[in-house]
Design a protein around this ligand. Structure first.
Ligand code: KIV
Length: 290
């Protein structure tokens, strides 16, 4: 077991743990969560970090993309996750238009993730165009994780959920953005849906850890959307997802079985009933005269 998964002597994961793991070539594990029960299970499994992703909008709230997610949505779900997880590094994902319009707003909103949401750090999408916001947030004492490649909040600008960095020009821009984010003080970088060999080179060149999603095994760590891993989100499954279980089907089967039980009066059974002492019952029956 690694230093963060040991059941004895378990320590809270910090941004320094991320850096230490990179220096020791130990893969960093990260998953998304949006509620108390899932956060508790992820934390108990010894996962290093929990991202309260704005993927919330798609996998929990049922939107077509992440754009409608609000700060209030995020804070609400961050609070639930923070109640369930005590060891993982908690990262709150800044939603669309919470950091793009002004640096002041970006700092205020980032602060809410720590003050109200119980998070340890924030994540935001974008490259050099986000440097003023990133620098100001870090100056306020808030750790920032960058996010490059397929940045879902720019889905319309990118022309859909499509892989990025596939040309030499695009890859060079991505490398320059990654170095700029590192120089600005980001403690790590999510790389989403970019060629595996580009992600590997970037991970080798950067001092801060890269966390890949659809970016191959050469990253310093991996993140998946938990609903994808559990087979809970059945609208589509990106190619890079590994489903560890098909919970959606299992849930549907369980709900059907419950429906049948209720309709056939097989549930509730005697063991699910609350008993009343016989003498109390007799007294009541006498009173009721039945
Ligand atoms: O919102 C999210 O879940 C994310 C991950 C896909 C990295 O940003």
């Amino acid at each position: 077991m690694s230093e963060t998964t040991s059941t004895q002597d378990r320590k809270k994961v910090t941004t320094l743990t991320f850096l230490r793991k990179k220096s020791k070539n130990q893969p960093i594990t990260m998953l998304t969560a949006y509620d108390y029960a899932t956060a508790l299970a992820i934390d108990r499994a010894g996962i290093d970090s929990i991202l309260v992703g704005d993927s919330l909008g798609m996998v929990v709230l049922g939107y077509e993309n992440t754009l409608p997610v609000t700060m209030e949505d995020m804070i609400h779900h961050c609070k639930a996750v923070a109640r369930g997880a005590h060891y993982a590094l908690l990262i709150g994902d800044m939603p669309f238009m919470s950091y793009q319009a002004s640096v002041d707003e970006a700092v205020q909103n980032a602060g809410r993730f720590l003050k109200e949401g119980g998070m340890d750090a924030v994540k935001l999408e974008g490259g050099r165009e986000r440097l003023p916001a990133i620098e100001a947030i870090i100056s306020a004492g808030i750790p920032v994780q960058g996010h490059l490649g397929l940045t879902p909040q720019s889905v319309h600008l990118l022309g859909g959920f499509r892989a990025q960095g596939k040309t030499a020009v695009a890859a060079r821009k991505l490398i320059e953005d990654a170095h700029a984010l590192q120089d600005a003080g980001c403690f790590s970088l999510v790389l989403e849906t970019i060629p595996a060999r580009l992600a590997r080179v970037l991970s080798e060149r950067l001092e801060i850890p890269t966390i890949g999603i659809g970016a191959g095994v050469g990253c310093d760590g991996q993140v998946l959307v938990t609903h994808d891993l559990l087979g809970l989100f059945d609208r589509f499954t990106p190619r890079f997802v590994k489903k560890y279980v098909e919970l959606h089907n299992q849930m549907e089967e369980a709900f059907k079985a419950y429906r049948t039980d209720v309709e056939t009066r097989a549930f509730p059974a005697e063991e699910h009933e609350v008993e009343m002492p016989d003498e109390e019952w007799e007294e009541l029956i006498k009173e009721l005269g039945t």
